[in-house]
Write a protein that binds this ligand. Structure first.
Ligand code: FMN
Length: 200
């Protein structure tokens, strides 16, 4: 009788341990990491543009990457006159001023790949993009960032400015096009995206 009760308690212990093993197995397979790994990666293009060139590039990237798109807009618009904006931008870049931007952009948590674009202003990213990244740069942690810019041929540190403002993000090689290269830049854009897709 005593031996039977010892046997029963051993059997019970084995069943409890086996039960624990059973409950932990499905949990490991159903973690968010394993389910998101099989889900398709969602992409978005976020950009600022003063005179439309970066917007044109952003739209081409959007088509090529089958991405969503959103434009950063300042609360107070910049002057439309080139000399005026050039003067204002110079002061803003020198001082690290960040203009207030409209709070109407999509939540980044829905995206795995974020294309981020700006015109070069005085060899740097534009202050409106600096404002956006100061506010949302940390939300890019762990995501793929694809920086891009347009300029007159002297990008300076525009692309590395973007990289620095995205701590913890996987920042990929950027794309810099002179304004005149945007219209004919289809193949360059495709190649840039293809290279990223191949190595990500
Ligand atoms: C305020 C301002 C500063 C600029 N600074 C530079 C510069 O440092 N280097 C450069 O190559 N182009 C510079 N440009 C030219 C723009 O980067 C270029 O025209 C760009 O394609 C404009 O993009 P957008 O039409 O999207 O605003 C500047 C233009 C403006 C308005």
């Amino acid at each position: 009788m005593k031996r039977l009760s010892v046997l029963l308690s051993i059997l019970l212990s084995v069943l409890i341990l086996a039960g624990c093993g059973d409950t932990s197995a499905p949990k490991a397979e159903n973690t968010p990491a394993s389910s998101s790994a099989s889900a398709p990666k969602k992409s978005i293009v976020i950009y600022y543009s003063w005179s439309g060139t970066t917007r044109r590039l952003a739209r081409k990237i959007t088509d090529a990457a089958k991405a969503d798109i959103a434009e950063i807009r300042t609360v107070t618009p910049y002057p439309t006159d080139y000399n005026e904006v050039a003067e204002q931008a110079k002061l803003e870049v020198e001082k690290g001023f960040m203009p207030e931007i409209r709070d109407d952009l999509p939540n980044l948590k829905n995206y795995d790949v974020v294309y981020i674009g700006t015109p070069t202003w005085w060899y740097h990213m534009s202050p409106p993009l600096a404002s956006y990244l100061a506010k949302h740069g940390r939300e890019l942690e762990g995501k793929h960032v694809m920086p891009f810019c347009t300029n007159g041929g002297k990008e300076g540190s525009t692309l590395s400015d973007i990289a620095k403002a995205c701590p913890g993000a996987k920042v990929n090689p950027g794309l810099s096009l002179a304004g005149g290269q945007v219209e004919s830049g289809g193949e360059t854009i495709q190649q840039w995206i293809r290279q990223f897709e191949a190595q990500k």
